[in-house]
Design a binder for this molecule. Sequence first.
Ligand code: GRF
Length: 197
Amino acid sequence: MASKKINLAVLISGSGSNLQALIDACARDDFPARIAVVLSNKGDAFGLTRAQKAGIPTEVISHKDHDGREPFEAAIIKALTPYAPDLICLAGFMRILTPHFINHWGAQRMINIHPSLLPDYKGLNTHQRAIDDDKDTAGCTVHFVAPEVDSGEIITQKQVPIHPDDTAETLAKRVLVQEHIAYPEAVERVAKTLLPQ
Ligand code: GRF
C-alpha cells in the first residue's frame, strides 16, 4: 500500500447513518482511510444517496436476483474486487455472510457494528431485549467478523445508560449517537495496523 489511506468498501442495506459517520471521518486529511465503494443489497437504501452526494461510487447487488447465498456473494466479490478494498465495513448490512465470503478477504479484513454490548444480545431487537431484562446499561460494539454471527474479536465498545422510561426507539437513538463515534474510531484503529509504518 503506497498511500497513507486504506480503501474501504462499505456494505449497507438501509439508512446508512453509520456510513455517513464514516464519510464525514474520511473527509479529514489525517483520517487513514477512504471509501472506495458503497454496496447495497437494496436499490432504495438511503445510504446510496448519501454516497452519491459524497461522490463515492455505488453498487447494488440484490439477493433477490440470485439463487442462493453463494451466487449472491460471488456477485458481490465481482463487484467489489475492482475497487481493491483493504477493509470491508458492514454498516447495517442485513444479510448473513458465509465463511467463504468472510475468508475471501483475508484474516481480520471485515468489521461490523452491532447495537449491543457484545457478547450480550447477538441478533435482532437488541434494545427491547435489554429493556425487558431491566438492564441499566446498553451500547454498541465494533468487531471483526467471524463466521459465527455477531462474534469475533471486539475492536471497541461504547456504553449508554438505559433510562426507566426508555422505549426501544429512544434507546436506539441514544445508542446510535455512540455508534457514529465508535465506527470511525474502530476504522482508524484497524487502518493504522494495515498501513506501512
Ligand atoms: C445500526 O444500529 C447498526 O448497529 C446495525 O444496523 C443499524 C444500521 O443503521 N447493524 P444505519 O443504516 O447505519 O443508520
